[in-house]
Design a protein around this ligand. Structure first.
Ligand SMILES: [Zn+2]
Length: 282
């Protein structure tokens, strides 16, 4: 039998969730040391500001079906079970016309490992708010999760973030507060790169920058300029690729911020057919 005080905590979670989304498990009380077991993995439940919260990634490759969440106490005792159904998301395919120069790009020694280790960072302190800000204004040219073809052939990979086109030199803002874990102006594949650790397993990264404006170890606030749009690394033109990882799994950034597809405007952002809501960045 679990101790009586733990029975007072009731966790809430959505009953349905889709591939690529973030499962938010919450309780209105704080209790340290609890674990959420979901789809074969344990995730820490953090006690923050008087409540308990676990953000659990539902990966693009997570099998659809019934996967109950089990809440476990510090000793592994089962305290509560919540039913969750994972639904399939229809991810389209997208072809990238890669030049020979792009195809010949090789990552620097340690480049891929640095990005992997950023994605897997789980630091205890929470630096982020639930709502992110858009790193650059405007619409989304390429959504999260699309299966990528390179010159018509399957690349074996999916888009692990979103793309926003923008003129070279457009300032890029931190989507949320955090610590600069990666600030590398010269990555070969990722190009000029900044990686932020927002705490509690949540990280974000910003690629292809023309210039990096922060240094590793620095603390940044949401909205601070961290670099500038460019087309360095594996890029067909100036754009920002940014992505969000949760416990090493890429999740859709639009789980944290609203981002409209450019196709909704029926024209590229440079030739707007509708008046812009806000003045474009100079
Ligand atoms: Zn991209």
């Amino acid at each position: 039998m679990p101790p009586a005080f733990l029975l007072a905590i009731t966790f809430l979670a959505p009953q349905e969730i889709q591939q690529g989304q973030v499962l938010r498990l919450t309780a209105p009380q704080a209790e340290p040391g609890l674990i959420a077991f979901f789809a074969g993995k344990d995730f820490p439940i953090f006690a923050t500001n008087g409540r308990s919260l676990a953000l659990i990634p539902v990966g693009v490759y997570q099998q659809p079906g019934a996967f109950p969440i089990t809440i476990k106490g510090p000793n592994g005792d089962v305290l509560q079970q919540l039913p969750v159904i994972v639904k399939a998301t229809d991810f389209p395919t997208q072809n990238i016309v890669a030049t020979r120069q792009m195809k010949e790009l090789k990552p620097l020694p340690g480049e891929v490992e640095r990005m992997r280790s950023l994605a897997a960072t789980v630091s205890k302190d929470r630096h982020f708010e639930d709502a992110f800000v858009l790193p650059v204004r405007g619409c989304r040219n390429s959504p999260f999760g699309v299966q990528r073809l390179h010159n018509g052939k399957p690349s074996g990979n999916y888009h692990r973030g979103v793309d926003q086109r923008g003129p070279e030199g457009t300032p890029i803002q931190a989507a949320a507060s955090g610590l600069v874990a990666v600030a590398q102006p010269n990555f070969q594949l990722h190009g000029g790169t900044v990686g932020l650790d927002h705490g509690q397993g949540l990280t974000s990264h910003y690629l292809h920058m023309s210039k990096v404006a922060v240094r590793e170890g620095q603390r940044v606030n949401q909205g601070d300029v961290i670099g500038y749009v460019g087309s360095t690394g594996f890029a067909t033109g100036p754009h920002l690729h940014w992505g969000v990882n949760l416990h090493a799994t890429p999740v859709n950034p639009t789980e944290f911020v609203k981002l409209t597809p450019c196709s909704a405007a029926k024209s590229p952002p440079a030739k707007r057919t509708r008046p812009p809501k806000k003045k474009p960045t100079p």
